[in-house]
Write a protein of this length. Structure first.
Length: 366
């Protein structure tokens, strides 16, 4: 009985968080977000980069906007939800200084990999719940990337310790989210907003913001992390975090069935996805490896930034720059296939950079 109670105490919150995240993704899709994209940290940061006119993918003279430009309130809500709960739980601790520029560079390549695949680890599992078998290929690559990173972790890899920062430093990123919200509500022509394409598909602002506030708070308390789940299962035989991962897939699957959005398991004709398996695989190898070195998936980086971690704030800045680079250089994929730019070169260079970083950040005796 005691063992059962201990199991429930350990797993109930992370499983509940996963179920709510999966259900929330289906809800946001039902109210306007793209199919199998109720949440996607990579795609939504890419849209924010577009809204700030850092990239103009699909720009037409007729509309004056691109197809992936919109300040996504989900990103704002995730950060502010984590920020608010961290204050309540006295877990808001401004820290930073752990190889910030290295983290920035890793983040750029993680985003390039994510946009080759067309999604972050969170969207990957949401896509699996929607029947997209291409995401299974991505999951295999994601696991391979994490396993590569684990080899270096076991060899002593570290980006160094973080140091306490001033309160103002920790508050900067949540304040930037408030500024983005004000731009979304009152920015007018200062920001771009797509009228066609994925950027034009969005749930109502208030709904998206409220749902994301709840998810951000739950992710803060449960420590939900796609990378951490697989890392802990491999290194410590600890399956707590990965249970949240599984719960998201289950909730998304059931939610898609209930809303008649599930069309069966297949590779072909999946929404905002392509079937070039090699690049789905390699893109997510890059994401898994890089995220492992960073200490968490893109969702986890948002939550940590909300808690005052300035290294995570730098990482998110790297994601945004990586999104702009991906679209401006033709590296980002679309539903028709991989980008028209030097995708293979970018992925190979990304892996080479991660290898150098992994090797040079081990103890000298290693």
């Amino acid at each position: 009985m005691e063992k059962k109670e201990s199991f429930l105490k350990r797993y109930w919150l992370i499983v509940l968080t996963g179920l709510i995240v999966g259900a929330a993704a289906v809800l946001l899709t039902a109210y306007g977000n793209p199919q199998n994209m109720g949440f996607c940290i990579a795609c939504f940061l890419r849209d924010i980069a577009g809204a700030l006119k850092l990239q103009t993918a699909g720009l037409t003279a007729e509309t004056g906007t691109g197809i992936v430009q919109y300040i996504r309130p989900e990103i704002i809500g995730l950060v502010l939800g984590a920020f608010a709960l961290s204050l309540v739980r006295k877990e808001f601790r401004p820290v930073g200084g752990s190889s910030p520029m290295t983290r920035f560079v890793i983040a750029v390549f993680v985003m390039i990999g994510a946009l080759v695949f067309l999604g972050c680890p969170l969207r990957m599992v949401i896509r699996i719940g929607g029947g997209d078998l291409n995401a299974i290929v991505g999951l295999v690559g994601f696991v391979i990337g994490i396993l590569i990173g684990v080899l270096f972790l076991r060899g002593g890899f570290s980006l160094g310790r973080a140091y306490r920062q001033g309160m103002l430093e920790g508050l900067m990123f949540p304040a930037l989210m408030v500024a983005l919200l004000l731009l979304l509500l009152f920015g007018g022509n200062l920001v771009a907003s797509s009228v066609s394409g994925p950027g034009s598909m969005r749930a109502p602002i208030l709904l998206a913001l409220l749902v994301a506030l709840v998810v951000g708070a739950l992710a803060q308390q449960s420590r939900l992390c796609m990378v951490g789940g697989i890392r802990d299962a491999v290194m410590f035989k600890d399956f707590r975090l990965i249970s949240g991962f599984i719960a998201i897939i289950g909730a998304a699957f059931v939610g898609n069935l209930l809303t008649n959005k599930f069309t069966g398991f297949s590779f072909a004709d999946q929404p905002i996805a392509h079937s070039e398996w090699l690049w789905n695989l390699l893109g997510m190898v890059l994401v898994g490896w890089g995220s492992l070195l960073l200490g968490g998936c893109p969702l986890r980086q948002l939550i940590l930034a909300g808690e005052g971690n300035t290294d995570s704030a730098v990482t998110i800045t790297g994601f945004i720059v990586g999104a702009a680079v991906s679209h401006n250089l033709g590296l980002a994929s679309s539903a028709t296939g991989i980008g028209t730019g030097p995708v293979a070169l970018a992925v190979i260079v990304g892996m080479a950079v991660l290898l150098v970083i992994s090797l040079l950040n081990r103890p000298k005796e290693a």
